[in-house]
Design a protein around this ligand. Sequence first.
Ligand SMILES: Cc1cc2nc3c(=O)[nH]c(=O)nc-3n(C[C@H](O)[C@H](O)[C@H](O)COP(=O)(O)OP(=O)(O)OC[C@H]3O[C@@H](n4cnc5c(N)ncnc54)[C@H](O)[C@@H]3O)c2cc1C
Length: 551
Amino acid sequence: MDLEAKSREVLARFTEEGHVRQSLEGRKYLTPFVVGLLVECAGKENIFTSGPELEKHSADHSHHLPCLPEAVIYPRSTEMVSEVMKICHRQRVPVTPCGARTGLEGGCIPLGGVSLDLSKMNQVLKLHREELQVHVQAGIKKEMLNDYLEPQGLFFQVDPASNPSLGGMAACGSSGTLCCNYGTMKENVVSLTVVLADGTVISTRRGVRKNSTGYDLTHLCMGQEGTLAVIAELVVKVTPLPKGESSLQVAFRSLQDCSRAVLRLREARLGLSRCELLNRQSVESLNAMSAGKPLEVVPTLFLQVHAISEEAAAQEVASAQGIVAECGGEGFVVATGKEDQKALWDLRRAAYYACQKNRQHMVHYGAKDIRMLSTDVCVPLGNFPRLIEETEQDYAATARATKVPLLCNIFGHAADGNFHCVVLYDHDNVRDREVLEALDRRMWSRCLALGGSVSGEHGCGMGKVPALQAEWGAEAIALMWRLKKCLDEQEILNPGKLLPARGRSPTKTSVHVVELPKLVRRSRKDHFATAGFKPLHTFLQAEPSKEALLA
Ligand SMILES: Cc1cc2nc3c(=O)[nH]c(=O)nc-3n(C[C@H](O)[C@H](O)[C@H](O)COP(=O)(O)OP(=O)(O)OC[C@H]3O[C@@H](n4cnc5c(N)ncnc54)[C@H](O)[C@@H]3O)c2cc1C
């Protein structure tokens, strides 16, 4: 299917589901008159209405089908964003902001209208050294900011494994591998300059460390995925580079042991800066990709401490080693030098792309349109191993029963109870798609029943919308819609994303939560014993009963 045809399919689906306010078939939002107005305000060199730029902006890193915008605009300043928004507001043209397009939920895939690409607004505006804050434009990427900060002895402490824009990170409420010590974007943004749907520019807070006046507009504009406002500038916290850092790689016989070690490490309050878990399949994929010495194919933890000196870091790592050894950790690899640590963490960062190594497997199977589904669930830490285990079991049992090749790569930010399940599939094969979708939804249901959230850091985009009502409840969704209407009356900002279509009751494809049996502890020590109940998926229904829905 060509790109035009795929775009029509996507638009038709979103229109039918009530996300897009009118059918776009045969009708464009951008008339030559509106294009003329936009060219006048943005300049000919910053606007594209045909060619490869449209294609480039039709997709992100997710598995979702692409959809072409009608125009791509590269604003160069906050004022230019404001002028573009004023025109689009008056002409009711949808606007989908985008940064580096590394999103994994289709959040920046435009459903027609304008793709507003902030990547050329990528300047550091001012470093406030004494405040440990930096003022930047939203399109600056994480690595570019760190290249600027490093010579000043500083770094930006939110570290996704990708290289996204700071605006995109704030819009998604991103985090990453450094979260256990430094927090997520939500803890590290001081203030934002945002442009509202009608072009109004506001600053959400002054650059002070504390503030208790007015509503918290900063947090309202975070995690909103471009549906409430365009983030044009940010003031974020930065941190002095650690004087000492040391890393540790540990192998475990079981996920239970691995997870127990994570809980013990957290309790010990070590200066743990990174704590990442990989399941067996992920280790196998990494081995297939890496030219180095292969890792033992068992659940593995990668740890790092940041400390005030090299000695302190070495001491903390030794303490960590003692704790994980008590929990069954073995095969320790300690990395202290810069190069060794870089190699270790580059390996962890490669976990996502290593899954592509399973491609050959899919080619043998006869797959035609190989896509990679990447999920992102977060549960209270005590339920983390249970969710991973049940997910692995469900994948293995489903693969056996359906003969669909489903290699379940799980890796994640263990200390936050957040993991990703990454799997290749054949998008052309309707049955395979349905099998995978059902698996994914069972994982969401399980996660929600265990008190979790269907996204810890990737956001909702277009992928998680069916689960939002089950996670938040109808009243909270109604409030979100009221906020949306208040800020974006014409619903031009990123339509079809984050919020379920208004006035629709949960559909057949929505996720419903069914209560799960309680965890049974075998003993005080066996924190995660799950004996005494059937596999969780036997409790999860594809179609809920009327009673479950009413409850
Ligand atoms: C290999 C890989 C590893 C990853 N690892 C992590 C990880 O460890 N942690 C993590 O949190 N994420 C991770 N991600 C996901 C992704 O990098 C994040 O979601 C990131 O925040 C997206 O930023 P972006 O600039 O690429 O945004 P885009 O993909 O361009 O957009 C994402 C969403 O934000 C909105 N948006 C973008 N810019 C703005 C703006 N200026 N104003 C308003 N809305 C805006 C878009 O409309 C869209 O809804 C990973 C992705 C990949 C491919």
